[in-house]
Design a protein around this ligand. Structure first.
Ligand SMILES: *[C@@H]1O[C@H](CO)[C@@H](O)[C@H](O)[C@H]1NC(C)=O
Length: 214
């Protein structure tokens, strides 16, 4: 069975708030510089199909979320698979202590001068907001979720908007990479993400997509 679906990408507002004509979405990509890579698909999306959160505030990095609606149907295959939204509920778990996968083509060290070509993955523990907040002097809100980066393994510049997914067999999307500390990604500061469960109503309102379970 081949199923084509209209896909919506969840990313960060700060990645999409100053687009000119639009943005290229890379699907099924491992090496983003290899145009002949098997399974790779690049879809250009016009700015009119990008929805930046209307209350995005750059100064405080508040509501750092946006949606990119793909204008063409996408067929899932061994290279392209969707993540799941968390199930809608009256209350959400914090995910503290669980481990999750963050991924991206961001810088692979603080000495790197550019982002990387090969998609990178890290397996990291979620930390509590109360543990994360003191590191960032008021910037971490209830609508954020943080990872521990002790050991120097973190998200970095260029990873923004990328997914934080649970290892639950459904790749439940719980975060979108938002920010870190300016003086380095290897220094142990928590990595901060937009907390997806805080925006499930907004995502449903803008895209019609929601997970009501089975
Ligand atoms: C690019 O992708 C193709 C197809 O997957 C592969 O055969 C080739 O070795 C890749 N090229 C590089 C430079 O990695």
């Amino acid at each position: 069975m081949r199923i084509s679906v209209a896909l919506v990408i969840i990313t960060a507002a700060h990645c999409t708030d100053s687009l000119t004509t639009g943005v290229d979405v890379y699907l099924g990509t491992h090496d983003r510089t290899n145009a002949s890579e098997k399974g790779q698909q690049i879809v250009f999306v016009e700015t009119k199909n990008v929805i930046v959160h209307e209350n995005w505030i750059a100064d405080t990095i508040t509501n750092d979320i946006s949606l990119i609606k793909l204008p063409v149907p996408i067929e899932f295959n061994e290279f392209i698979q969707p993540a799941s939204l968390p199930e809608k509920s009256n209350s959400y778990e914090t995910y503290t202590g669980e481990s999750a996968i963050a991924s991206g083509w961001g810088k692979i060290s603080d000495s790197a001068t550019a982002v990387t070509d090969i998609l990178q993955y890290i397996d990291v523990p979620i930390m509590s907001n109360s543990g994360c907040s003191p590191w960032y002097l008021g910037l971490v809100a209830e609508t954020n979720i943080c990872i521990k980066t002790t050991g120097g393994t973190s998200t970095c510049n260029g990873d923004s908007g990328g997914p934080l997914v649970l290892k639950d067999g459904k790749n439940t999307l719980i975060g979108a990479t938002s920010f870190g500390i300016a003086f380095g990604c290897e220094v142990g500061w928590p990595g901060v993400f937009t907390r997806i469960t805080s925006y499930l109503d907004w995502i449903e309102e803008k895209s019609g997509l929601a997970n009501y379970g089975n």
